[in-house]
Ligand binder design. Structure first.
Ligand code: UDP
Length: 464
């Protein structure tokens, strides 16, 4: 492990793929800015240290039932994880306080779901920055929903689902992250989490040009600096952050496909479907006539281990035109010239990865931030089309043709390519993400300075 000169940052990860990836990427970006990095993680879904030899790792022993195959903590587990991890992190930081000056912890950056870390940082008296791993627009809903509830203007009737949400244009009530099935628990969770929000700054994996208005409103609400330093997938080196082994052999198959002809299909690390949806998806893909690369995550189809419900001769039906894998090197795939579209659940990381490569999308969001993001993709940035709620083979086939070969899809592709160019500019010298990252580095150093000392006299040197 390198001895970095700007001090040590402790990054506290929440154990889901979509949360771990951006935090590890952020760690890499800040390491390149001169900070030493400690990754604090649970026993459940730990990162693989051998992929990050330049980091230190700190185990926070949670008491979640640990299993190699069940990798999804639920909303009910969040409180337990926060309770379990508090004391070990505090002990580590108290010990660390007594170490040499050169290895002092200069800040904690914690996932928004690991809110206990803010209390620990307060106790130790070091800056606490929160990484919100979703979009600014999603985070804004967490500000507005409690307000609407308090005013009694949050409708619970189905007839109001298509109404616009006041203060959240262009979202409709149906786009909000409050699922009907566990609405009470979600609202209670929102309430607890909002009371515990006490941070020195917010970090977001987003870009000014995508979410200017939401970013402005978040800043107005929280009154702390908001650093928007996306896309982290572009700023960080291409190290694997996957919990599941990536099937890299699919790249050889992609190399044989025509430019922009392949539809990449993935629903991320959490979304699940039933056997009927899997079968309809298969027939929709098969009947579309379009080449496809389809990720079916083991365990993502209720009642099945993997693809057992597909017709026995499914390989003969699709021939060389389609490939099904368990987990893919997604960033590499989206950057491949053969990929012309992405059918996605609209997780924020997937969305940022697709926008960064100029790939238009078919959107089938399932829950939480996915619906908010789908609304932005289809209605604001106009680089995605929404798949009807009913997942049947005709709908799927029609949507694939619209995206991959229709005029509408072509227009979306042109807009996606323009967005990609804007995103590329944002990470270059003088671009918004580039500047915001420098501001973040400066902020951490300044927060740690004794009064009357400027950050240019600080430990950062030439890295900045
Ligand atoms: N991912 C991957 N291979 C796959 C499917 C997904 O590497 O086969 C990665 C993807 O690149 C993204 C992450 O898993 O970085 C999924 O995060 P996202 O926020 O999109 O969705 P979530 O899994 O949290 O629903």
């Amino acid at each position: 492990m390198e001895n970095q000169s700007a001090g040590r940052l402790v990054l506290v990860i929440f154990p889901l793929q979509g949360h771990t990836t951006p935090m590890l990427q952020l760690g890499n970006v800040l390491h390149s800015k001169g900070f030493a990095i400690t990754i604090a993680h649970t026993r459940f879904n730990p990162p693989n240290p051998s992929n990050h030899p330049h980091f230190s790792f700190l185990l926070l022993p949670d008491t979640l039932p640990y299993s190699e195959t069940s990798a999804t903590p639920s909303i009910y587990d969040v409180g337990n994880i926060n309770r379990d991890c508090h004391a070990p992190l505090q002990e580590f930081l108290e010990l660390q306080k007594q170490t040499a000056d050169s290895d002092q912890v200069v800040g904690i950056i914690y996932d928004a779901l690991m809110y206990f870390a803010a209390t620990v940082a307060d106790h130790i008296k070091i800056p606490r920055l929160v990484l919100m791993t979703s979009s600014a627009s999603f985070d804004q809903t967490f500000v507005t929903i409690p307000r609407l509830l308090a005013q009694g203007s949050f409708p619970f009737e189905d007839s109001k689902l298509h109404d616009p949400v006041p203060q959240l244009n262009p979202l409709r009530f149906k786009d909000l992250p409050v699922p009907k099935e566990n609405m009470v628990e979600t609202l209670q969770f929102l309430d607890t989490a909002s009371k515990l929000k006490s941070f020195s700054a917010i970090i977001l994996n987003t870009i000014d040009c995508l979410e200017e208005s939401s970013l402005f409103q978040l800043q107005e609400h929280y009154k702390v600096p908001v650093f928007r330093i996306g896309p982290l997938s572009k700023l960080a080196p291409a190290l694997s952050t996957s919990f599941i082994k990536e099937e890299t052999s699919c790249i050889a198959w992609l190399n044989d496909q025509a430019a922009k002809s392949v539809l990449y299909v993935s629903r991320g690390s959490l979304a699940v479907s039933d056997e009927k949806e899997l079968a309809e998806t298969f027939w929709g893909l098969a009947n579309s006539g379009q080449p496809f690369l389809w990720v079916v995550r083991p365990g993502s189809v209720s009642g099945s281990e993997w693809t057992e419900v597909l017709p026995r001769d499914f390989k003969e039906i699709i021939g060389e035109r389609g490939l099904i894998v368990k987990w893919a090197p997604q960033k590499e795939i989206l950057a491949h010239s053969a990929v012309g579209g992405f059918w996605s659940h609209c997780g924020w990381n997937s969305t940022m990865e697709s926008l960064s490569e100029g790939v238009p999308m078919i959107c089938s969001p399932q829950f939480l931030d996915q619906k908010v993001t789908a609304r932005y993709l289809t209605y604001v940035w106009e680089v995605g089309l929404e798949l009807d709620d009913v997942l049947d083979r005709q709908n799927i086939e029609r949507s694939i043709r619209r995206l991959m070969t229709g005029r509408e899809g072509n227009e979306m592709r042109q807009r996606a390519i323009k967005l990609k160019q804007m995103i590329n500019v944002s990470i270059l010298k003088g671009g918004s993400s580039f500047n915001s990252l420098n501001d973040l580095t400066e902020f951490i150093l300044t927060e740690n300075l004794p009064p009357n000392k400027s950050s240019s006299e600080s430990k950062l040197g030439d890295n900045f």
